[in-house]
Design a protein around this ligand. Sequence first.
Ligand SMILES: Cc1cc2nc3c(=O)[nH]c(=O)nc-3n(C[C@H](O)[C@H](O)[C@H](O)COP(=O)(O)OP(=O)(O)OC[C@H]3O[C@@H](n4cnc5c(N)ncnc54)[C@H](O)[C@@H]3O)c2cc1C
Length: 312
Amino acid sequence: MRMTEIFKQHNPAFSFEFFPPRSRAASERLFRTVAELVPLEAHAVSVTYGAGGTTKERTHELVTRIREDTSFTVVPHLTCVGAGRDETARILDLYVDHGIENIMALRGDPPQNGQAGGETTTAEPATPGQKNPHEAFPYAADLVSFIRKRYPQMGIGVAGFPEGHPQTPNRLAEIEYLKAKVDAGADYICTQLFFDNRDFYDFRERCEIAGIRVPIVAGIMPITTRKGMARMADLAAGSRFPARLLRALERAESDEYVENVGVHWATEQVLDLIDVGVDGVHFYTLNRSDATRRIYDNLGVSSAGRLSRASA
Ligand SMILES: Cc1cc2nc3c(=O)[nH]c(=O)nc-3n(C[C@H](O)[C@H](O)[C@H](O)COP(=O)(O)OP(=O)(O)OC[C@H]3O[C@@H](n4cnc5c(N)ncnc54)[C@H](O)[C@@H]3O)c2cc1C
């Protein structure tokens, strides 16, 4: 189902994100995770694309397997970096043949030190020189335009950064660039992770002022370990860790308690987002089910059915 339909039918819409596993064992673990998350009734799941397109085949395999094995609406991510027009069309044709109706269109970042990446939707540490004129699609807006013209039926999501993209010094221009993606044909925006909902609400308001009228989905990633948190800080450069959250994490005696704090914090964020009438909540699962399931438990529900009401 196209994401625009999903937003019409569910308010908020819930989605989960996975990254392509690197080994057969990791792939089997991921499919256990997917099976554990099925009862939570996400309205869509997305699959990341490694930095510089490094997980092209693995992303495709995972997308088609989830599509075949589950009833989830699957949204593959696709990036511009290193992608030619013919190769991009080949990938999109393949998705269309497999009944995929939505794409998350991103610029992506070049791989760092040969790293395959793909574990996260978040920006790689700042890379100097944003625009490469030799790229077929220098910015995500160019990719959106290409998809919209060639695949008019395809649902298209794009990335938004409530606290600013780490490579954009001009915050006013940044919202203009975001609007360019929507004007080029994007149907919705999914945000980078954030820990303070006020940043998200301010971002929504700035979008509204700029005339951006598409659904904006809030990206939520619970902290589960200290090591994971350090990695998040690297990858989601620009995302702020509020002092109150840091103080609570500092008190935690072990990683088990760190996860309790992280899940509690994310639960509060989701509760508030639902109350305020957010269009969608996107959980960065890191291919694990426990934290997302615990958040649902804390919200007092076993599936999304009682969290989202049918939209008007
Ligand atoms: C929800 C989400 C999912 C993601 N999934 C992936 C993934 O699967 N794989 C992956 O590799 N990365 C992923 N990323 C990371 C993303 O690719 C990087 O953060 C990338 O640097 C920005 O991508 P974008 O699509 O926002 O690019 P763009 O919108 O093209 O923006 C890139 C930079 O260029 C600037 N810019 C845009 N247009 C112009 C213009 N006309 N003139 C001058 N400057 C301009 C922007 O302000 C920004 O700084 C994801 C990020 C998010 C939030």
